[in-house]
Design a protein around this ligand. Structure first.
Ligand SMILES: Cc1cc2nc3c(=O)[nH]c(=O)nc-3n(C[C@H](O)[C@H](O)[C@H](O)COP(=O)(O)O)c2cc1C
Length: 207
């Protein structure tokens, strides 16, 4: 690439907005519910989020700084991931407010906690999919020099899965019909999964 724009992040990007999370996007959202040791419920979105393994199923997200979600998972070893969909977008956004630990973000966002089957943390009743999770690892992230960052990767095993019946069509999970929202870049960009953005491609066989 002759005419590419190149920068070294450590020296600054030199652009009006950092393009990093606009490029690595849209990202799925880890909408994470937890419970503090004293019982207060917590709910917050994390878009540095993804799935990492099938057997056992493992998911993870990064806490940039020591946030209430991280502290709760350190204390209880449990969390729930809730699917953020277009009808829940505004509530998801409301749940990111930097509320003090004693504030229940389910209440703040106008959402209803529903009992989980295995873990002691409730899921979002309005969300059509939830994963009940047990913490597996919490890893403090490092830069290339080995210096600690102020970020932590929180990984958990999915031990229970809830799926609303309407998202199972002949037993197949209907991603295209889920209205899942994804985080783009900049201060406010999101994408919604729509049926017309689906295309199919099977893996090549070799030789
Ligand atoms: C869509 C979205 C994605 C976010 N992703 C992250 C993230 O990946 N990591 C992070 O530390 N904060 C992220 N935030 C900000 C947190 O949600 C926010 O700091 C929240 O107050 C943390 O809540 P807690 O202290 O209850 O855990 C995100 C916010 C939004 C709206």
């Amino acid at each position: 690439m002759d005419n590419d724009y190149f920068y070294e992040p450590a020296l600054g990007h030199g652009l009006p907005h950092d393009p990093f999370n606009a490029i690595v996007g849209p990202r799925p959202i880890g909408w994470i519910s937890t419970r503090a040791a004293d019982g207060v419920l917590n709910l917050a979105p994390y878009s540095f989020f993804n799935a990492f393994n099938y057997t056992p199923p493992l998911i993870g997200f990064a806490s940039l700084g020591r946030k209430d979600t991280l502290r709760n998972i350190e204390e209880t070893g449990e969390f729930v991931w809730n699917l953020a969909t277009r009808p829940l977008a505004e509530a998801m956004n409301a749940s990111c407010a930097a509320a003090p630990p004693e504030v229940d973000e389910f209440q703040l966002a106008g959402l209803t906690p529903a009992r989980s089957n295995i873990v002691g943390v409730p899921r979002v009743a309005q969300s059509p999919v939830a994963f009940e999770c047990r913490r597996t690892q919490i890893i403090r992230l490092q830069g290339a020099s080995g210096a600690d960052t102020n970020s932590w990767l929180i990984l958990g095993e999915v031990v229970g899965v809830h799926i609303a019946q309407e998202l199972l069509r002949d037993g197949i999970y209907d991603t295209a019909g889920s209205r899942t929202i994804l985080r783009g870049g900049g201060p406010a960009d999101y994408f919604e999964i729509q049926p017309d953005s689906l295309f199919r491609m099977t893996r090549p066989s070799y030789p």
